[in-house]
Ligand binder design. Structure first.
Ligand code: PXL
Length: 277
């Protein structure tokens, strides 16, 4: 398998095990040349800390991108996570046009919401901008809340497969290509991921750990990108990422003090083994 170069654009939350502090180690462990573009630096993530600091780096993004263009630095894939503003989204759309090798894979995790609510700091204007990014991507990884915001489908806590079909159809109608819909749960003890590709869907179900863990969307998306660029197909990558994320949660859940993220690092050897297997 050839050596692939991936660019990931998201914030650095210095403390809190999410966004770039998760994506960089996971993508590197997957054997990829990982290039980062930090969209902002925060003291912590926004999901439960008070008085976090934010240094916005939006103005750096076009300068960095222009330098890479001058140097002819191009990417096999661009993977975006948490982005903080409409301006950042527009710069990413530019990078999709200017920084890709032939066959660039555009992967967007619309990290903006969970449990029926937008994250702190986001509003519907941001959602409208995110729609334009999502629908220009090759692969998207929304959770159900994000998919509802992206389509206007009503958010529900409990549902059956026809509700998931409604969401997938609405995403496809709006222009989504491959969809990896996370957190799809049809029973109290299980959850899983629905992979929708070329008009076909495939479900992977696994154990549900009742506690809601922060940062698992980023762990999941990073592991997915790692597996995909290592040559696995979308469904196999979705399965590997699900199994890895579950192990990370299981490795953390008994430690009440570790509420802010998951202990993903000790489980990296498992991910590498699965990717190489
Ligand atoms: O895990 C997504 C994420 C990334 N970055 C920041 C966040 C969050 C979720 O809350 O606050 C800054």
């Amino acid at each position: 398998m050839s050596y692939k170069r991936v660019l990931t654009v998201q914030d650095i939350s210095c403390f809190g095990q999410c966004s770039l502090t998760v994506a960089l180690p996971i993508l590197s462990a997957a054997g990829l040349e990982t290039v980062i573009l930090p969209s902002a630096v925060l003291s912590t993530h926004t999901g439960g800390f008070k008085n976090f600091t934010v240094c916005d780096l939006t103005a750096e993004i076009p300068k960095i991108a222009a330098h890479w263009q001058e140097e002819n630095i191009k990417f096999d894939a661009i993977y975006t996570g948490y982005l903080g503003s409409a301006a950042q989204i527009n710069y990413v759309k530019d990078m999709f046009k200017t920084l890709g090798k032939d066959g660039l894979i555009k992967i967007v995790d619309p990290a903006m919401a969970d449990n029926g609510k937008l994250y702190t700091g986001f509003d519907m204007a941001f959602v409208e901008e995110m729609k334009t990014l999502v629908y220009s991507a090759d692969i998207i990884l929304p959770n159900i809340t994000e998919a509802c915001f992206l389509t206007g489908v009503e958010y529900k806590e409990s549902y059956d497969e026809s509700y998931i079909d409604e969401i997938l159809k609405a995403l496809a109608r709006n222009g989504a290509k491959t969809v990896i819909l996370t957190g799809v749960s049809f029973g109290s003890d299980t959850t899983g991921v629905m992979v929708y590709e070329n008009g076909e869907k495939k479900y992977y179900k696994h154990t549900k750990v009742s506690k809601n863990s922060h940062g698992t969307g980023d762990v999941y998306a990073s592991a997915f990108v790692g597996a995909l660029l290592s040559g696995k197909g979308s469904y196999d990558s979705a399965v590997i990422a699900a199994d890895y994320t579950l192990k990370c949660i299981q490795n953390t859940v008994s430690d009440a003090e570790h509420w802010y993220g998951v202990k993903f690092e000790p489980v990296l050897p498992y991910l590498i083994e699965r990717i190489n297997g």
